[in-house]
Design a protein around this ligand. Structure first.
Ligand SMILES: Cc1cc2nc3c(=O)[nH]c(=O)nc-3n(C[C@H](O)[C@H](O)[C@H](O)COP(=O)(O)OP(=O)(O)OC[C@H]3O[C@@H](n4cnc5c(N)ncnc54)[C@H](O)[C@@H]3O)c2cc1C
Length: 463
């Protein structure tokens, strides 16, 4: 029998596994798919590795939040590379703005373009550095409107937050600020793919006598006397453990959990009624050798200053994130560029009943069209990009639904809503004392959010 059984080997599941293994606990991680890692996994095509949910990480310099966490997890000696001092470039309506690393330089840099908003920018960076749980109840968009009288600057500071779901009515300041602030502290890319993280965490678990099993989809959790006693997999295997941690979407967890008096209907209803964040469309471009110099920053290109509403509008694509992969062969040129844009679930409706690789020609045509729109927008930053592309792989929310079991292909798990923070932010504890939650749906998405949550989850076991 294992001390801890973890359902799902996403970043949160593996981080919990590694932390608990380091404390001498015997851990079993059950992963439904053929590969561990969830959004951290990568795939190989034509000799190159492509990531599925990793572009950059913030706050890894000594003394910063993520440095401490990654050092404890044994991840700090992976090949991290600090990005350019000007780590994010924002292009809105043809005008370029630059985000610099370091709070003061960030504010001063933007104050050059918006001198009349210097004080507002100072107030903004102070707020980013002092975010508390009370900001779960504060509407990010309202706060930005109160802070910046210049609508263009409001759009500029929000532009790189495309990597969360920008919804004017509901996004809590807590989430918005966490999405922006650690990157301002310092921004980093991994030289290599997300599997470096996955393999390191797996090694820590296995060296301590634990296991990470793939092709092990959990289909049932059995309860007895108010505790979970076992997990049953689709392949018929049954595993027992002292503690259980779920790194899967909480609504899916509720489906696996047998009816029992300890888990009231209100808990299930709350999880199952929760809304999901929107998904992402990604076009992963293989660039012709020697065609494009590597740039160690991201670019966010928007046609118009409509950063907060562009995802609600239909085609063509209105905003795109451009992120290059560090050349691993020391070359000055980049071979892989990712283009990302939000993609709401309703755009997938036509193909909801289809499976990977069998979605039909109209789906292929849709992906092709969307890619062309992304490339056209990205050309505002990389002129001539279209002709540099050798090959392209695309993914939509359907891809994330089918590979990771994420409902509606939501890129960032369950939606957080400042108007009902008590219902949309969750505790890592559940009504069953030996069943805990972790992962991006609980408090915050992204590598920082998931890592912080993993520490919180493990804190319930290692007292
Ligand atoms: C396109 C994209 C780009 C991103 N870029 C960045 C970035 O640059 N920086 C950043 O900080 N964050 C980024 N993120 C977010 C980040 O990748 C995620 O927040 C994080 O990896 C989620 O981890 P998780 O632990 O919640 O698990 P998930 O990745 O959701 O994994 C859950 C795992 O559980 C498994 N599973 C599901 N059901 C079962 C079951 N019944 N039994 C067993 N296993 C099961 C799934 O197969 C999966 O492996 C990005 C996300 C996306 C989608």
């Amino acid at each position: 029998m294992h001390d801890v059984l973890i359902i799902g080997s996403g970043l949160g599941g593996l981080e919990c596994g590694a932390l608990l293994a380091k404390h001498g606990l015997k851990v079993l991680v059950l992963e439904g798919s053929n590969q561990p890692g969830g959004c951290m996994q990568s795939f190989r095509r034509g000799g190159l590795h492509y990531d599925t949910g990793l572009h950059y990480v913030g706050g890894l310099a000594p003394g910063q939040t993520m440095h401490r966490a990654f050092a404890q997890l044994g991840l700090m000696d992976l090949p991290w590379q600090r990005m350019d001092e000007d780590f994010d470039h924002v292009i809105i309506g043809g005008h370029r703005f630059v985000f610099h690393q370091g709070y003061e330089t960030f504010a001063e840099g933007l104050a050059k373009d918006f001198p009349h908003q210097r004080e507002a920018l100072q107030s903004y960076i102070r707020r980013l550095q002092n975010i508390t749980a009370a900001d779960m109840d504060v509407c990010a968009y309202d706060y930005l409107q109160e802070t910046f009288s210049d609508e263009l600057l409001l759009n500029v500071v929000s532009a790189a937050a495309m990597k969360t779901e920008l919804r004017r009515e509901s996004l809590p300041l807590f989430n918005f600020a966490h999405t922006c602030s650690s990157y301002i502290e310092s921004s980093w890319r991994l030289v290599g793919d997300g599997n470096l993280l996955v393999n390191r965490l797996t090694d820590i678990i296995e060296e301590a006598g634990g296991e990470v099993l793939t092709y092990s989809k959990v289909i049932r959790l059995t309860e007895q006397d108010g505790r979970v006693i076992s997990a049953t997999c689709a392949n018929g295997q049954v595993y027992e453990a002292e503690y259980f941690i779920s790194d899967i979407h909480p609504a899916v967890l509720c489906e696996l959990l047998e009816e029992c008096p300890s888990v009231r209907k209100t808990f299930r209803r709350r999880m199952q009624a929760a809304e999901n964040t929107c998904g992402m469309f990604t076009a992963q471009l293989r660039i012709k050798p020697g065609a494009l110099r590597y740039f160690a920053h991201n670019a966010f290109v928007y046609d118009k200053p409509n950063v907060w509403t562009m995802a609600e509008e239909n085609e063509p694509v209105k905003g795109v994130m451009i992120s290059g992969r560090v050349p691993e062969d020391g070359s000055e040129n980049v071979r892989q560029i990712d283009l990302l844009t939000p993609m709401p679930w309703h755009e997938c409706k036509e193909w909801i009943d289809t499976k990977v690789g069998r979605r039909g020609d109209d789906y292929k045509a849709f992906c092709q069209r969307k890619t062309e729109q992304c490339v056209a927008l990205a050309e505002q930053y990389i002129p001539g990009l279209h002709d540099m592309v050798e090959q392209c792989y695309t993914s939509t929310p359907l891809t994330y639904r089918d590979y990771l079991g994420s409902p509606e292909g939501g890129a960032f798990g369950m939606r957080k809503d400042c108007r009902m923070s008590m219902l949309s932010f969750h505790s890592v504890s559940t009504p069953l004392p030996n069943l805990l939650l972790t992962g991006q749906s609980i408090i915050l998405p992204g590598i920082e959010g998931v890592t912080m949550t993993a520490f919180e989850t493990c804190g319930k076991i290692i007292k």
